[in-house]
Design a protein around this ligand. Sequence first.
Ligand SMILES: NC(=O)c1ccc[n+]([C@@H]2O[C@H](COP(=O)([O-])OP(=O)(O)OC[C@H]3O[C@@H](n4cnc5c(N)ncnc54)[C@H](O)[C@@H]3O)[C@@H](O)[C@H]2O)c1
Length: 428
Amino acid sequence: MTDNPKSDRRAFLATATAAAGFMFVKPQLVRGSQANSAVRVGLLGCGGRGTVDATSIAINGGARIVALADLFEDRLVTAKKHFDDVANKQHHAGVAASQMFQGPHAAEQILNSAEVDAIVIATPPYFHAGHLAAAVAAGKHVYCEKPVGVDVPGALRAIETGKRAEGHVSLDVGFQIRKAPPFVELVRRIHAGALGEISCGEAYYYCPFLKMPDFPKASPTELRLRHWLHDRVLSGDIIVEQNIHVVDICNWVLQSHPIKAIGAGGRKGRTESPGDNWSHFDVVFYYPNDVHVSFSSCQFGKAPFEASERFFGTRGSSISPYSGPLQIAGDEPWTWSGSEKSGTPAHGEFSVTGDFSDNLAKADSEKHADFIQSIVSGRFHNQAALGAESALSAMLGRTAAYTGNPTTWDELLRSTESWDAGIDIEKL
Ligand SMILES: NC(=O)c1ccc[n+]([C@@H]2O[C@H](COP(=O)([O-])OP(=O)(O)OC[C@H]3O[C@@H](n4cnc5c(N)ncnc54)[C@H](O)[C@@H]3O)[C@@H](O)[C@H]2O)c1
């Protein structure tokens, strides 16, 4: 563990990206087309979340979806129909046949398309670090879904990719809650001192088992890819793939990353095959300045969906569920208007695509409009380092739980273990 974790984190972010925040570039230099024409977007990975992302980018960002790429034909066919409908409503042509890419080379084909200004990466997490690096190398603006990688080398590669993107393209990572108005206001108040000095917190993400569709004709390898959500290497396990949203919020609130974790967990209660993801994680994250966050999660059985964070300080406490009253109690009491009527957390609707209602209702629309605006204005985002920091934080909890040993941030960063799925997508 380093002696001065705050400056350690500043050093991490400073070396991770040349300049946090914006890099302003003249709009006419932003892409080959005119500054006032619609940004042309390609979707790589035409599944549930990619479809929600790209649709929202079109509707809320005023962009056009002009290209689609996926490993599997059925996904591409469904997406083409959907995005042709979206284009029809926007009074322009649908996706051209020449901009439909399928198979093991679909990623490089869409990234090399001269018709595409920006790319949405919504493939399984295992592919993100490679797809992100290729997208930036091809000069595309990128909206990459979380997590940026499944292992430490992948997260570090995303940081290097972010350095290459700096000043050339806009790079967003899919933590849309950071744009949800209730959360933005809550965190603003916490950073302004509404809780006083924070001592401890709690974060949880409880989710029922996520059943995947049957693919009776699929080979074992294809089935693994289709059911990537149950696969440790392809997903990063539930803490890195799904629970990362609440870990990201802890980092945001505490303006830091954990410097140590202890943890436990296991697969008890999960029996799906193929699949080896754990059913639950229980972790204590140690943040700088002696702040401890107890984290717990599950993804199995029939758990009601519930996700939230709580922080406790000398002047007050906060609670920030996806659904239900989002508020601060104590010296500066405050409740997000409307959230008190939005049901209790236990009744929150789960969305496998991230298209939530209640406190997250505007998360996607704000996030996606902001991404396109960053391109159009030339005020490029670079969220690679922050995205990697949250991925590494979740990996810290995962490593502590897998090994049963206390694990420090510095020890984690020394890991050179590359996760290999042993899948050759050329041979499907
Ligand atoms: N931000 C959020 O709230 C949120 C919500 C859900 C999912 N996600 C993330 O979005 C990503 C996608 O999740 P999903 O639920 O849409 O999964 P999905 O399985 O529905 O979609 C993934 C798509 O990628 C395709 N694919 C797989 N490997 C590929 C490859 N090598 N090249 C091209 N295409 C490939 C699949 O055929 C599939 O169509 C994941 O990283 C997930 O963590 C984010």
